[in-house]
Design a protein around this ligand. Structure first.
Ligand code: KQY
Length: 367
C-alpha cells in the first residue's frame, strides 16, 4: 500500500454515489459498554441481523477487537469475513476510508478523525485507534491511501451523487471542533480536490439533537442523480419542523452539478424517541458520568438507511411511520428490495444503519 500526498481529483479519482455498484461493505463489531447497553449484546443482535441481510448482496468485512473476535465469528454467517482490528467504537461510516475511483482502480482517503469534535465537543477520548482504522483497512484491502489526516472529516457528514454534487451541513463542517483554522471556501476547495465534486449544497442544520453536530446522512440523502430524500415532520411544535423546512427551501432552490433541479421526497420522521430508564441502567458511565439520561431525545431518522447492491436496509423504530418509510423508499429504489431492520438498539449509540456501514465501490464489469 502506498501512502499518497497528491489530491485524488487531480489524479482523476472521484467518490462514487452509494447507489452505484459495491464490491463490499465494512462494519465494526460493537463493544463500548458506555455506548451500547448490556455490554453491547443488544447492539450485537441488531448488527447481526443487518450484516446477515447485507451479505445477501455484497461481501461484508467486519472488524472486531481481539477480545470480541470470537463473539463476532460465532454470531455472523460464514460468508462474512471477520478480522481482528482495534477500535474505540463502531462507526465505520466515520472511521473507515472514503473510497474513490478512476473507473479502473479504487483508492481510500484517510481523513483525520477526532470523535466528532475533539476536545471541543467530541464524544469520547481517546480516539487514536479509530483514527488509525482507515489506513489499516486500506492496507488490509491492498488499496493505496491518500493521506488527508490534516483535515477532520467523517463519512457521515457528506453524501455525493457520484456526478459532481455533494451534500453537507454547515452545522457539522463549520463546527469549531472540526477544522477551525479553515474558512468555508477553503473547506469547499478541499472537498473538490479530494472527492472530485464541483457543486456543494450546504444545508444549514441536521436532525435536532444529533450528537454528531448534524451529520447530513441522518437528514438528507441522494437516492438517484437529481433525487434526494429529506427527513420530514408536519408537527409545527417539534423543533425539527423549522430545520426540515429550511432544508427544503435550500434544496428547492438548488441545482446539482449537471444543472438539474432536485426532486425532494419527504421521508416522515418517527414520533420523537427518547431514552428509557431501563436503557440507562444497561449503560456504563464514561469518566464517572452517565452517557445518556432518561427522557433524552435520540436523533431517530429513516434517512439513515444503507443502499446495498440489491437492497436498501431501512431503520425501524416500532413507530407507525415505519411502514410509510418503507413505501417511500420502495418508490425511490425500484428494483431493490427494501429490508426493514429494527434499529432501536443501534440508535441508542447515537447513530443508525448508515453510520455503522461503509461501502467499498466496485470497478470494472459486473461479475
Ligand atoms: O452517527 C454517527 N455517524 C456516529 C454517531 C456517534 C455517536 C457516538 N456516541
Amino acid at each position: 500500500m502506498r501512502i499518497l500526498h497528491s489530491a485524488p481529483a487531480e489524479d482523476g479519482f472521484r467518490m462514487p454515489a452509494e447507489f452505484e455498484r459495491h464490491e463490499g461493505c465494512i462494519l465494526i463489531w460493537p463493544h463500548r459498554r458506555d455506548s451500547w447497553q448490556n455490554g453491547a449484546y443488544a447492539a450485537r443482535r441488531a448488527f447481526q441481523k443487518l450484516i446477515t441481510a447485507i451479505s445477501r448482496w455484497e461481501k461484508v468485512l467486519v472488524c472486531a477487537r481481539r477480545e470480541d473476535y470470537d463473539s463476532a465469528r460465532e454470531m455472523l454467517p460464514p460468508c462474512v469475513r471477520v478480522v481482528e482490528m482495534s477500535s474505540d467504537d463502531s462507526w465505520a461510516r466515520d472511521v473507515a476510508p472514503t473510497f474513490v475511483t478512476n473507473g479502473q482502480e479504487i483508492r481510500g482517503i484517510d481523513w483525520g478523525f477526532n470523535a466528532w469534535g475533539g476536545l471541543v465537543d467530541g464524544l469520547y477520548f481517546p480516539w487514536d485507534r479509530d483514527n488509525k482504522m482507515a489506513r489499516k483497512l486500506c492496507d488490509l484491502l491492498e488499496r493505496d491511501t491518500y493521506d488527508c489526516r490534516h483535515f477532520i472529516l467523517e463519512g457521515g457528514s457528506i453524501h455525493t451523487d457520484g456526478q459532481g454534487t455533494l451534500l453537507t451541513t454547515e452545522e457539522c463542517l463549520l463546527s469549531p471542533g472540526r477544522n477551525p483554522g479553515m474558512s468555508r471556501e477553503e473547506i469547499e476547495e478541499m472537498l473538490r480536490r479530494t472527492l472530485g465534486v464541483q457543486k456543494i449544497i450546504w444545508l444549514k442544520r441536521g436532525i435536532f439533537h444529533d450528537e454528531t453536530n448534524g451529520h447530513v446522512d441522518n437528514i438528507c440523502a441522494f437516492t438517484a442523480p437529481g433525487e434526494v430524500v429529506l427527513a420530514w415532520t408536519n408537527d409545527r411544535n417539534d423543533p425539527q419542523y423549522a430545520i426540515s423546512q429550511e432544508c427544503l427551501s435550500i434544496l428547492n432552490a438548488s441545482c446539482d452539478a449537471a444543472g438539474r433541479p432536485l426532486t425532494v421526497h419527504k421521508l416522515p420522521l418517527p414520533s420523537p424517541i427518547t431514552v428509557t430508564s431501563e436503557q440507562c441502567e444497561g449503560l456504563d458511565s464514561m469518566d464517572g458520568e452517565p452517557t445518556r439520561t432518561p427522557g433524552e431525545r435520540l436523533a431517530a431518522s429513516y434517512v439513515n438507511f444503507y443502499i446495498a447492491n440489491g437492497g436498501v436496509l431501512c431503520p425501524q423504530f416500532g413507530d407507525p411511520n415505519d411502514r410509510t418509510a418503507l413505501s417511500v423508499l420502495a418508490e425511490c429504489f425500484p428494483g431493490r428490495e427494501i429490508v426493514p431492520i429494527d434499529s432501536r438498539d443501534i440508535l441508542l449509540g447515537g447513530g443508525n444503519i448508515h453510520c455503522i456501514t461503509q461501502q467499498i465501490p466496485a470497478v470494472g464489469k459486473e461479475k
